[in-house]
Ligand binder design. Structure first.
Ligand SMILES: [Zn+2]
Length: 403
């Protein structure tokens, strides 16, 4: 007969299971952007759920750490709502330096099982590859070509600095001004690697980098919902409406500041990076077009496809016309999104879009920081082609064919 052990609750966030003579297994959220509620552990099954933290609908972001489970086979069950990608969680055995899909076998949207290696004293699990402000700082601190300005867009509601980056050509009037943002939905962390890859192309020591620095003005706002990105909130469906439905009321300081920055900058291109849902149908890169989408914006998609790098297999055929699926006017009853507001209000704008990067795989290819960065690098090539008139040429060809 099994011995019954006492469950000792240490804190609300971190509960420990006294395993008698066995080592103690602990589950907590004391990792960057951590989010979990430990409910109970019964034999080798751990029951948990994600914290919604003010989201009005169930959403699926979470991140937690397990200590003292080396050599065990544990099953983690999410009790409230689905929260796991078809490829299972990303798992780090080196405290966040790298992640792998190590618990895919048998994973469902509600549970996964992991065999802890005998040497794994501490293992981190996340719903998707995390991207924290420290990672952005580390990226900026790498050796780069070209000078860029960094500054504070505004203070977040919790008093954090919301950063931005700007690079302006030193000698030329820019051919194109591009504004990029991420984390209107703070839990959509992994799409940020694409934005980083795009930014890296502008800062690299190459012919492409030199051309971009001479000809493009680039502004990047990497963490719109800064507090949520640091704290590990869901962000999506945040009450009373989330950051990407705030471009009607502007209740968040970050959205108001970003809108002012865009109005001052008068860019021709605005790209807002997102991750979509977790279900099977969401596993490819796409842009949902809007009522305001211009033909030249759709032509830009052809350039993204043409110049793409890496193995994520983006195709313009995957883009979502307005009026299809979730992409209808009903989706904006809470308020305008950033791309929608830019499309309607910025006179200089030609491209005003969001782009959805799947969480864990694109058409069967597993997603990692490396191939997301490569995709971003290819997007920088597409931006160069756009600035050189290639999208205009596509439109001209289309018009000629229609005659
Ligand atoms: Zn989003």
């Amino acid at each position: 007969m099994k011995r019954i052990c006492l469950i000792i609750a240490t804190t609300i966030a971190a509960l420990s299971l006294g395993a008698c003579s066995e080592q103690k297994v602990t589950i907590d959220k004391d990792i960057p952007a951590g989010n979990i509620v430990f409910e109970r552990m019964v034999n080798d099954t751990v029951y948990v759920h994600q914290e919604l933290r003010g989201s009005k609908r169930a959403w699926f972001y979470w991140g937690f750490r397990v200590k003292g489970a080396q050599g065990k086979r544990l099953t983690f069950v999410f009790t409230k709502s689905y929260a796991i990608s078809p490829r299972g969680p990303v798992v780090s055995l080196d405290k966040g330096k790298s992640y792998e899909y190590l618990a895919e076998e048998g994973a469902t949207m509600y549970q996964f099982t992991y065999d802890f290696p005998k040497s794994a004293k501490e293992v981190w699990f996340y719903e998707c590859h995390p991207y924290t402000p420290e990672m952005w700082e580390a990226f900026l601190n790498k050796p780069h070509k070209g000078k860029f300005e960094t500054g504070v867009l505004c203070k977040s509601p919790k008093g954090r600095d919301v950063p931005f980056l700007r690079m302006t050509p030193q000698n030329n009037t820019p051919k194109l001004s591009v504004v990029i943002s991420c984390r209107h939905h703070c839990s959509e962390a992994s799409a940020e690697y694409v934005a980083e890859g795009l930014t890296a192309a502008v800062l690299e020591d190459s012919e492409l980098g030199a051309w971009l620095r001479e000809n493009i003005e680039l502004t990047v706002v990497p963490f719109v919902d800064m507090d949520g990105a640091v704290d590990g909130d869901q962000g999506k469906w945040r009450l009373p409406h989330d950051h990407n439905r705030d471009y009607t009321e502007f209740i968040y300081p970050e959205t108001a500041a970003l809108a002012s920055l865009i109005a001052e900058t008068q860019p021709q291109m605005y790209i807002d990076f997102h991750n979509p849902g977790l279900k099977k149908k969401d596993n490819y890169i796409y842009t949902p077009y809007k009522e305001h989408t211009l033909p030249i914006d759709i032509a830009f998609s052809q350039l993204i496809e043409k110049y793409q790098e890496g193995n994520l297999n983006y195709s313009t055929a995957d883009d979502m016309p307005f009026g299809v699926g979730w992409n209808t006017a009903k989706n904006y009853t809470d308020g305008l999104s950033a791309a929608h507001w830019v499309g309607l209000n910025i006179k200089s704008i030609k491209v005003a879009r969001s782009i959805e990067i799947p969480f864990t795989h694109a058409k069967g290819t597993l997603i990692y920081p490396s191939n997301m960065r490569e995709f971003g690098h290819g997007m920088a090539r597409a931006i160069k082609a756009f600035a050189e008139g290639e999208a205009d040429a596509i439109l001209q060809e289309q018009q000629n064919a229609e005659k």
